[in-house]
Design a protein around this ligand. Structure first.
Ligand SMILES: Cc1cc2nc3c(=O)[nH]c(=O)nc-3n(C[C@H](O)[C@H](O)[C@H](O)COP(=O)(O)O)c2cc1C
Length: 299
């Protein structure tokens, strides 16, 4: 499961593991905000003993700040640190973070080496380049391996493609051919067939799914042949329960609303229900709407 800002909180990661995902990440955690002890940032680091594998994603541009946070108590519970070298959001890129590192391999290498000093397993998530006329997936992957990364995930789009367009399978394939560490392919997977095409066209060691997992978390059981006998309604109710246990009501409402409306994105005629959903001010009201949305499904 991919890191997704606003979605891959502890309850959602738990769900993905339960449905068959091999590895899940927190959403990106900004090392600068963490250094200033920001409450909302610290909340992103919630995990428990029950989480199968604990992987945090950090984003930053200063190698020393990343090292400091990688060694800090904040992330003591996590065994894997993934470094975000792919986020295209202008604010982050302007300050040399995320996909900006695709244009500064020296700094990117320095970040990985410094992060490794934490003694944790370090992985990298990146893209294939900044622009389509300069694609560098293989060179970047080699740099990651040489700097000490244990795995690299490649989103097969360039920074300027943002989240649209067909991923460049050949770029991922070239990266696979030059490194010995596992390469995970990401981008545009919206079905089991898409995942098979991605695996076959790139020779990657695995696939990472992002947006489609919000629409259909069962994709993990489909891909791993894991038998799951649960309705969507039951899943949502469990998500409400676990989120309420670990987070306050404001966060729980916000997360559940966002999750349900993502699931309903492709459902026709769902606008009225979505509007009612967004008006819900407490958990009981949300439960009523869920009853209406999923009335065709049994418990
Ligand atoms: C709402 C949203 C939030 C995202 N947050 C993160 C993030 O925190 N860290 C990261 O590395 N990528 C993030 N991404 C990128 C995804 O992990 C993934 O690389 C991208 O969506 C392509 O995969 P897809 O085509 O399967 O959606 C985000 C994407 C979206 C749409």
């Amino acid at each position: 499961m991919a890191p997704l800002a606003g979605y891959t909180c502890y309850p959602f990661r738990n769900l993905c593991y339960e449905l068959g995902a091999g590895l899940c990440f927190t959403e990106m955690v900004n090392v600068n905000s963490l250094r200033y002890n920001d409450i909302a940032t610290k909340r992103l680091l919630l995990t428990t003993q029950k989480e199968k594998y604990k992987a945090v994603q950090l984003v930053g541009s200063d190698p020393r700040a990343i090292e400091q946070m990688a060694k800090s108590d904040y992330i003591a519970d996590f065994d894997i640190i993934d470094i975000n070298m792919g986020c295209p959001v202008p604010n982050l890129v302007k300050s040399g973070q995320g996909s900006a590192l695709l244009g500064d391999l020296k700094r990117a290498s320095h970040i990985i080496k410094k992060c490794r000093k934490s003694g944790k397993t370090v992985t990298v998530k990146t893209r294939i380049g900044l622009k389509e006329d300069k694609l560098i997936a293989a060179e970047f992957a080699k740099m990651c391996e040489d700097s000490g990364a244990s795995m690299i995930t490649i989103h097969g789009r360039s920074r300027n493609m943002m989240y649209k367009g067909t991923p460049y399978f050949d770029q991922i394939e070239q990266a696979v051919s030059v490194v010995n560490i596992p390469v995970i392919a990401n981008g545009g997977i919206y079905s089991k067939e898409d995942a098979d095409i991605m695996m076959n066209s790139t020779g990657a060691d695995g696939v990472m799914i992002a947006r489609y997992a919000l629409e259909n978390p069962f994709i993990f059981s489909e891909l791993t042949n894991k038998k799951v006998d649960k309705s969507f309604k039951k899943i949502i109710n469990e998500q409400i329960k676990i989120t309420s246990k670990y987070y306050d009501e404001v966060y729980t409402l916000d997360y559940i609303k966002r999750f349900i409306s993502f699931c309903m994105r492709t459902q026709k005629g769902s606008n009225k229900l979505k509007q009612s959903l967004y008006k819900c001010g407490n958990i009981d009201e949300i439960q009523n709407i869920i009853g209406l949305i999923f009335n065709k499904e049994g418990e």
